[in-house]
Write a protein that binds this ligand. Structure first.
Ligand code: MLT
Length: 329
């Protein structure tokens, strides 16, 4: 049977439009099943904690469960790779931070491009690090800790979450500013490293306030300074690095959500709105503040603002990290 030319062209146009129509329909009905948050560090650590607080509230906004999948190793670069290569359908969302989405690009030969292979979704809260030791290190303040480290440089050991992690970069920075030397012991995340600090297996760690706050308050470890220009409202007795004797050692670990590049814009908007709604929730804000996490102002929570911050941080940190010659283990 011969199909008239006009009808043929009409049918061809309809067929060509089908994938677009079904993509739009999928974006409109999204989400219809559980969403997975990929956390590139172990359960019980700071990245895991923020993912769980956000996920719990975003579940309400999105109307679907949020599953947490911990894919740790190589300072988060393995888990982030999983997100880069996942289908761009909004069902895999990466939770990352300053070191996974900025630092790792300067030291690992990654199978993905940190800017080109992801679409930013939302900037999440940030927190500084605390300089901490196990309980029985005989130091009453940061200056005494520095002297103790100098006297024990052949045996002192600090935990890290691997080359390129926030903990390792801040420890290298700390060594440089204070002229100290100690061995760095890599873990898959600072959750397990902190457990070893509490147990006295390692001497030292520079870790995010959110992860260590509870142990500091309980007196199971000692905190000497916070890597920020001002004290933490939730831990006001701990001095800043400037006050305590490591001037200028500022590290802020900011978090974000990313999806694989190619994820439809409507889906990114739904995820971003859910994250922004979560960060406006008084219960979430209270939990974040209690952890020492600072929620960014609303205009900085957008996908565009996260993209701009990530790019600016890459431009700032890559030259510093490359000059420091930090290598993947
Ligand atoms: C973690 O969740 O274990 C940390 O974010 C690791 C780090 O970068 O120090």
């Amino acid at each position: 049977m011969k199909v008239p030319r006009r009808k043929f062209l009409h049918l061809a146009a309809c067929a060509a439009a089908l994938p677009v129509v079904s993509r739009i329909a999928r974006a409109q009905s999204y989400p219809t099943r559980p969403i997975t948050f990929n956390v590139p560090f172990p359960a019980g650590g700071p990245t895991d904690a923020i993912a769980r607080v956000m996920g719990e509230r975003m579940r309400v906004a999105l109307g679907q469960p949020i599953l947490i999948e911990n894919v740790s190793g190589a300072a988060g670069s393995i888990g982030v790779g999983r997100v880069a290569h996942a289908p761009p359908d909004g069902y895999t969302v990466g939770v990352g931070h300053w070191s996974t989405h900025v630092v790792n690009g300067a030291i690992y030969d990654l199978s993905y491009d940190l800017l080109k292979d992801f679409a930013p979704v939302a900037l999440l809260p940030a927190n500084p690090q605390l300089i901490m030791s196990k309980k029985n290190v005989p130091a009453a303040n940061l200056k005494e800790l520095i002297s103790w480290l100098k006297a024990n440089q052949s045996t002192a050991a600090a935990g890290t979450a691997g080359a390129g992690s926030a903990s390792q970069i801040s420890e290298i920075y700390f060594q440089k500013i204070t002229g100290t030397r100690f061995t760095m012991v890599p873990y898959r995340g600072t959750g397990p490293a902190l457990n070893d600090l509490v147990a006295g297996q390692i001497d030292l760690i520079l870790d995010q306030a959110s992860n260590s706050m509870a142990q500091v308050r309980a007196g199971t470890i000692k905190a000497y300074a916070v890597t920020a220009k001002s004290r933490l409202p939730s831990l006001p007795e701990i001095p800043t690095v400037d006050e305590a004797g490591a001037p200028g050692l500022y590290i802020s670990v900011w978090y974000g959500l990313w999806v694989p590049k190619g994820t439809p814009r409507d889906i990114i908007a739904k995820l971003s709105d859910a994250a922004i709604t979560a960060m406006a929730d008084p219960t979430v804000r209270m939990r974040m503040t209690d952890f020492g996490l600072e929620v960014p102002p609303p205009e900085q929570q957008t996908p565009e603002a996260l993209g701009a911050l990530q790019k600016a941080e890459i431009e700032k940190w890559w030259p510093i990290i490359k000059a420091a010659n930090i290598k993947a283990e």
